[in-house]
Design a protein around this ligand. Structure first.
Ligand code: GLC
Length: 496
């Protein structure tokens, strides 16, 4: 059983402890043996046949929520993907899981030799725990303060100019009422802004806060960051039909025929919208799917049991940047206590939940020094020990990071494959007749985690080929600054 120190630090309630008894393992295994067990747990589900079966099961879960759900498979008001000729200057706001960015963006349209989208000014503000816990209007007041700072910094004296149109990319679910209005839904990622404001219009909340500061701005568009990524990528590449975000959290947006969703999913909208729309951009919120489909380990189960919102986003718990470090930390806690990692010594602050940053795992995986000295320094600076970690300890951590991130890359490929299949069926296409499709990718994990995108692409190639597609017909393409650009693109389309 896990020693009481670890036990009480990560598993607070009696109820949780009781359930833990079922999943703990015998003590005193050595590190090699323990590592083999870790590998078996994380790698056994990753055979092609099993991954394809998970994809098929996910498609069944999607089908249910395409008929009824007010929190996933959410249709936006955007029916046409951008043509690349939208123009203008916009203020793009990007509320991510750990950063709020405010940028002045100029859209120039596609023309040879010129960047079609440019950021002329950008400020980035960290969203730490003190901001995440701001409740209701306090959070929007904080946002307005940062908008004011950026405008002053960009010397955009708002009163001297015409009203600036803002596009907001929101990295949480939204119940869209129009292109520029949407109801605030449960946020996840540890945010508390919904307290007292659930189901209020985000546009109104932001504008109330901006009015208090006399900012000469208006909301031109509100969109989810996955949707923003799709618009941004499609602006530059007309083969784009889908986008995936993998940063702190994960999500995908996809362009589907209107008939894929039940009529009741569209809420109240003008008949003219239906008259013009053959397709619709759907915010899938696929992070909420996958319960009892994607194979989990006992460490994933710990994570879920101790989470503030257990079972809210099962898929995200397996791949999100917020969780990769935590999964590795839970494996390491067991290794410290049962298999002699760090000679059994608990590093400082390591028993605190979420204290191992996914960025540190990325350093371990990229480390090309013979003795893993970069990794050692990065870990030791965050979690001091009485003596620096041994090479064997460092190698162990690196190998755990490798299996946890490889599983995440494989599961992301499963999620993408399932949506790709969903679209094929909805469009009446076959895998072979689908031709080339680009998937815009954005977010710190898919963009920056060493080898992640390549690994995911390899799994995706395998799965799509087994489903009958030509090799490399579904391509993951990084969409730089997609949330920011997509917010501006959305604001450029008047009644999207
Ligand atoms: C979370 C949110 C989703 C967002 C994604 C990526 O899962 O629920 O709305 O798009 O993270 O940021």
């Amino acid at each position: 059983m896990l020693p009481s120190l670890v036990h009480s630090a990560i598993f607070p309630s009696l109820h949780t402890r009781k359930r833990l008894q079922d999943v703990v393992r015998p003590k005193n295994r050595n590190m090699d043996k323990f590592l083999r067990e870790v590998r078996r747990n994380f790698e056994s589900p990753l055979q092609s046949g099993k991954l394809l079966a998970m994809s098929a099961a996910l498609q069944e879960q999607f089908a249910v929520k395409l008929q009824a759900s007010n929190i996933s498979m959410l249709p936006t008001f955007t029916h046409t993907l951008p043509a690349g000729d939208e123009r203008g200057t916009f203020l793009a706001l990007d509320v991510g899981g750990s950063t709020f960015r405010v940028a002045v963006v100029v859209l120039k349209g596609i023309s040879p030799g010129e960047k079609p989208m440019q950021i002329t000014k950008m400020r980035s503000f960290k969203i730490d725990e003190s901001i995440r816990v701001l409740e209701g209007t306090q959070f929007f007041d904080w946002m307005a303060g940062r908008i004011e700072e950026t405008l002053a910094d960009a010397e955009l004296k708002s009163h001297a100019m015409s009203t600036l149109s803002m596009g907001l990319s929101w990295s949480f679910p939204i119940n869209q009422l129009s292109g520029r209005n949407g109801l605030l839904l449960e946020m996840g990622k540890g945010f508390c802004a919904t307290v007292g404001c659930q189901e209020r219009d985000i546009s109104e909340l932001i504008m109330d806060a901006c009015h208090k500061r006399n900012l000469n701005v208006r909301v031109g568009a509100i969109i989810n960051d996955g949707v923003a990524s799709l618009l941004s990528c499609a602006y530059e590449n007309s083969a784009t039909r889908m986008a995936v975000i993998l940063g702190t959290g994960t999500n995908a947006a996809i362009h589907l025929p209107v008939s894929t969703l039940a009529h009741s999913k569209f809420g109240r909208r003008e008949q003219s919208w239906y008259d013009n729309a053959t397709h619709v951009v759907v915010n899938t919120e696929y992070s909420m799917f996958g319960k009892n489909i994607l194979h989990t380990t006992r460490w994933d189960e710990y994570l879920n049991l101790t989470h503030r919102q257990p079972d809210f986003q099962p898929f995200e718990h397996l791949l999100g940047g917020r969780y990769l470090g935590e999964i590795v930390r839970l494996v390491m806690l067991e290794a410290i206590n049962d298999a002699g990692l760090f000679g059994g010594e608990m590093p400082e602050k390591f028993s605190e939940p979420y204290s191992l940053d996914t960025g540190i795992l990325a350093i371990f995986q990229a480390d090309d020094t013979p003795l893993l000295s970069k990794s050692s320094a990065a870990f030791y600076s965050q979690h001091p020990l009485s003596t620096p970690p041994s090479y064997a300890d460092l190698l162990f951590i690196r190998q755990v990071a490798q299996v946890v991130s490889r599983r995440a890359a494989a599961y992301l490929a499963v999620g993408i494959h399932s949506l790709w299949q969903l679209r094929l069926v909805a469009e009446g296409l076959t895998a072979a007749s689908n031709g080339h499709m680009t998937i815009g990718c954005n977010g710190s994990v898919i963009e920056k985690y060493p080898g992640f995108r390549q690994q995911c692409q390899a799994y995706l190639d395998d799965l799509t080929a087994l489903s009958g597609a030509d090799p490399h017909s579904v391509v993951l393409e990084i969409a730089d600054e997609a949330a920011i650009f997509g917010a501006a693109v959305a604001a450029s389309v008047p009644d999207a």
